[in-house]
Design a protein around this ligand. Structure first.
Ligand SMILES: [Fe+2]
Length: 108
């Protein structure tokens, strides 16, 4: 399980350089992914429908947060978008080879 230190404990938060901000957002994404994993595991581990449905909704909110953070990464570093699209293209090629339907995200 990822564990990240609080880089601002006991101090006023510094203004980050662009490079540090990019790294911070990557850590934020990891935190959102970890939260998604935990909410999903807990939702699947109960027969209480109210709890399971609520946790699943929270999990989906975290998914949206991942999307927001990825959008911020793309804003800060357009190269990130190029690489994401390269990765998507590789999956599209593999899907075509295997005859698997794959719907890519719209190109930006
Ligand atoms: Fe979140």
């Amino acid at each position: 399980m990822p564990s990240f230190p609080d880089p601002f404990v006991g101090t006023n938060p510094p203004k980050l350089t662009k490079e540090d901000l990019i790294q911070a957002i990557r850590i934020d994404i990891a935190g959102e992914l970890e939260a998604m994993f935990l909410y999903d595991a807990h939702a699947q581990a109960t027969d209480d429908k109210l709890v399971a449905d609520t946790l699943a909704e929270i999990r989906d909110e975290e998914r949206a947060h991942v999307g927001e953070l990825i959008a911020l990464l793309r804003h800060l570093d357009p190269r990130e978008t190029e690489l994401f699209l390269e990765g998507q293209e590789e999956v599209m090629e593999k899907a075509e080879e295997l005859g698997v339907e794959f719907k890519p995200l719209e190109e930006v």
